[in-house]
Design a binder for this molecule. Structure first.
Ligand SMILES: C[S@@+](CC[C@H](N)C(=O)[O-])C[C@H]1O[C@@H](n2cnc3c(N)ncnc32)[C@H](O)[C@@H]1O
Length: 313
């Protein structure tokens, strides 16, 4: 199965991560290997690339796609929150750089057959890791109206969450909602035609919010950022690309906290808590893709890049 993805903000990622020959890098989201190939190329011949992805298809594809590099490549099918375990299996205590490029790849939407797209008629699955228990089907057919509404509001910022949740609960009384097309039609019926935005399918936010809930995307990101910096060498860099305002907020706050963990009242003239920063934030504001890039790769339009460097203690 062809696995395709155009890497977002590739030049900027490489500029912040500064990969050099001999370096050790972790890529927590291998996807279609766009960033992976550029990193492997830069750290050749004696560098080490450790690639993780919770989608088996991405790992199978990467085995072939990264064969051509002289870099040592280790690939793991698993969640990026398992990075500490994978590094310990390799006896690698710390790395020169870590990359996360969050969300789904073009493969998920275009060819996974797992119901990520409202334009396709596929089973309502939406799991990136097909070993996990909960599918979109379970949420759509199993959650009560209030919980569905909360998912659409929290993860999708969907203004019509209440009407959509009610319509779903009514529709499933007859038969379970089993396909992406069925769900897209039900959502479209719940949103008055007059409020449809040109070029924006009315089910966009519902699909995105279900995907985030199914894959526990925000929880995993928080969990990862809690320990990731412990696995960077001093001077090592971390770069995160996010596509959702809630994800970006998590990255921004976590980076800031690691830069300045002091908990003293702001009117205290000197720090008394003694908490020292471990990170220097390199991007004061999130960096955005250029207009030229968005023209070539519309999937990159909502990308926000944040980068930081581990301090020398
Ligand atoms: C946007 S794509 C990455 C694209 C990649 N950087 C490239 O250039 O081709 C995101 C990938 O991360 C994976 N992914 C998302 N969340 C993950 C997680 N918590 N752990 C591991 N992989 C994850 C997805 O399965 C998907 O393949």
């Amino acid at each position: 199965m062809a696995y395709t993805h155009i890497p977002a903000m590739l030049a900027e990622v490489i500029q912040w991560l500064e990969p050099e020959p001999g370096n050790i890098f972790v890529d927590g989201t291998v996807g279609g290997c766009g960033h992976a190939a550029a990193i492997c190329n830069a750290i050749e011949p004696d560098g080490t690339y450790i690639g993780l992805d919770q989608d088996r298809d991405a790992i199978d594809n990467a085995k072939r796609a990264l064969e051509r590099f002289k870099t040592t490549v280790h690939l793991f099918h698993g969640n990026f929150v398992q990075m500490p375990d994978f590094l310990s299996q390799l006896n690698i205590p710390a790395t020169d750089g870590i990359l996360l490029d969050l969300g789904i790849s073009l493969h998920h939407v275009a060819s996974s057959g797992r119901g990520f797209s409202f334009r396709k008629d596929e089973p309502l699955d939406m799991r990136m890791d097909i070993r996990s228990d909960v599918k979109a089907w379970d949420l759509v057919n199993g959650l009560d109206e209030t919980n569905l509404r909360q998912i659409f509001q929290r993860y999708g910022e969907e203004r019509r969450a209440r009407q959509i949740a009610r319509r779903i609960v009514q529709a499933r009384k007859r038969n379970a909602i089993s396909s992406s097309r069925q769900l897209a039609d039900i959502v479209s019926q719940a949103v008055p035609k007059a409020s449809w935005k040109p070029g924006f399918h009315p089910a966009t936010r519902v699909f995105m919010s279900l995907r985030i809930a199914v894959n526990k995307e925000l929880e995993r990101l928080e969990q990862f950022l809690d320990t990731a910096v412990d696995f960077l060498e001093p001077g090592g860099r971390i770069c995160v690309l996010s596509f959702h305002s809630l994800e970006d907020r998590i990255v921004k706050h976590r980076f800031r906290m690691l830069e300045n963990p002091c908990t003293c009242p702001s009117d205290l003239p000197v720090c008394a808590c003694g908490r020292q920063g471990t990170l220097r934030v390199l991007t004061r504001k999130a960096q955005r893709p250029t207009a030229e890039e968005v023209m070539v790769n519309p999937m990159a339009r909502s990308t926000k890049l944040r980068a930081a460097e581990k301090l020398w203690q």
